[in-house]
Design a protein around this ligand. Structure first.
Ligand code: PLP
Length: 437
């Protein structure tokens, strides 16, 4: 018996007949008995097909930063499509306004819109290659940058013991169907290791178009950049003409209005944004410094997409920015997130479970293990993932729903109230007791 109750099970069986594994993203598959089917979301809550209510900490994998069905956003989207239409294959005044607002909020010079994080990172890599005339790039183990072939190596799906020596890492391919030759262009290194990064760049810079970095590891339990890490990447990129791509798909507009660049004071040459900008509607951004963005010359360097700049995503982003700029969104989320981080850590410690709560208040992970918090994907893999899973199953049964998997952070939204946090902590304490048996 898993998380599925009667009607949820029936709906999932129905889904299995027409959708591979009953899901529209492999990441949503939790196994035949635990994959849930939802009917409704509001604020910080979700309801499954059996009407069971959950306090949601997945928030759609992070984008729902204000809350499900947030009224200002929903109204603006429906107003936009009923009054104005949806997509024209022309620039619209709303797109211009959105680009201006993104420039003002984040400090980039220019922006182009896309619909998903995958599109944004894929295009950013192309721009970097076109700009430098080089073809290889560095990414870091445990980072995920979307579904395009080049990035599907040594993501957080890589298993323990597969990555090789940190001095000579193995590119672990995460999917069949990727041509073998692609691996030649990808260099995976451990996150936060200044020495290995520096020696690799010194040896290979002439081939390197880009270093792609998640400013906090939003796909490996929220691991933080060590002091000097982002600065070192910046320094090496500047010194060797490598394009620094900050993948802010998860952190952008969430860690602060100006994202991780604002929080850490380090600027990429290119930046990708997506999730929190549209509160869950499809909108993404490739942005950065003028000299890099102007590489996107029609006829020379390709960027496009039929749905880029569609009214739904643009209206959602404009409305989300309005709310973020007029209401104390970041302050509230950070306060509530901090309450939750502290409370979860205390409960685990009181239960005798060694732990670190890792990340920032709006997006953090729980590492169950001795010693210092993990600094890279390899140390993260040392944690007790099986115990985490048992706790989360117990928690989900009690109606609180973070990701089943500790690689994915807990996401806090503006709709999570103090009462939700208190209820979560009470249920977490019960879940920990239940998991310990
Ligand atoms: N980059 C990062 C850092 C991500 O976390 C993700 C998705 O979680 C992506 C890119 C891909 O975004 P999308 O799922 O919108 O394609």
């Amino acid at each position: 018996m898993g998380l599925q109750k009667k009607r949820t099970r029936e709906q999932y069986q129905r889904a299995m007949k027409v959708m591979p594994y009953g899901v529209n993203s492999n990441f949503r598959y939790w196994g035949p008995d635990d994959t849930l089917v939802m009917t409704r979301g509001q604020g910080a809550y979700l309801w499954d097909s059996d009407g069971k209510k959950y306090i949601d900490y997945r928030m759609g994998f992070g984008p729902v930063f204000l809350g499900h069905g947030f009224p200002e956003v929903a109204e603006r989207v429906s107003q936009a499509i009923t009054q104005d239409g949806n997509i024209f294959a022309f620039t619209t005044e709303k797109e211009i306004e959105l680009a201006e607002r993104i420039v003002a909020a984040t400090g980039v010079d220019m922006a182009r819109l896309a619909n998903s994080g995958t599109e944004a990172t894929m295009h950013s890599l192309r721009i970097a290659r076109a700009h430098t005339g080089r073809e290889k790039f560095i990414k870091f183990e445990g980072q995920y940058h979307g579904m395009s072939d080049y990035f599907l190596y040594s993501t957080a799906s890589a298993g323990k013991g597969t990555l090789g020596s940190p001095r000579s890492p193995i590119n672990v391919v995460q999917s069949s169907g990727i041509p073998k030759g692609i691996a030649e262009y990808v260099i995976n290194l451990p996150y936060n290791d200044l020495e290995i990064l520096e020696s690799t760049v010194e040896a290979k810079w002439g081939d390197l178009a880009a270093i792609v970095v998640e400013p906090t590891m939003g796909n490996s339990g929220g691991i933080m950049p060590a002091p000097g890490w982002l600065e070192k990447i910046r320094e090496l990129c500047t010194a060797h003409g490598i394009v620094m791509i900050m993948d802010e798909v998860k952190t952008g507009f969430r860690l602060a209005l100006g994202g991780a660049q604002q929080l850490f004071g380090v600027r990429g040459d290119l930046v990708t944004y997506a999730k929190a900008l549209g509160n869950g509607f499809p909108i993404a951004v490739i942005a950065g410094k003028r000299a890099f963005m102007e590489t996107l010359e029609p006829g020379s360097v390709a960027h496009g997409g039929t749905y880029t700049g569609n009214f739904v995503g643009v209206a959602a982003a404009l409305a989300t920015l309005d709310v973020m700029q007029k209401q104390p969104v970041h302050k509230t989320v950070n306060e509530r997130g901090q309450m939750l981080m502290s409370g979860l850590g205390e409960i685990l410690t009181d239960a005798g479970i060694p732990n670190s709560v890792v990340g920032v208040p709006s997006m953090f992970g729980l590492y169950l293990g001795e010693g210092a918090p993990p600094v890279d994907f390899r140390t993260f893999l040392e944690g007790d993932h099986a115990l985490y899973d048992r706790i989360i199953v117990q928690l989900a049964e009690r109606g609180v729903l973070p990701e089943m998997d500790d690689r994915e952070p807990w996401f806090i939204s503006y709709s999570h109230s103090e009462a939700d946090i208190a209820e979560t902590l009470t249920k977490f304490e019960e879940a920990v007791k239940g998991a310990k048996g």
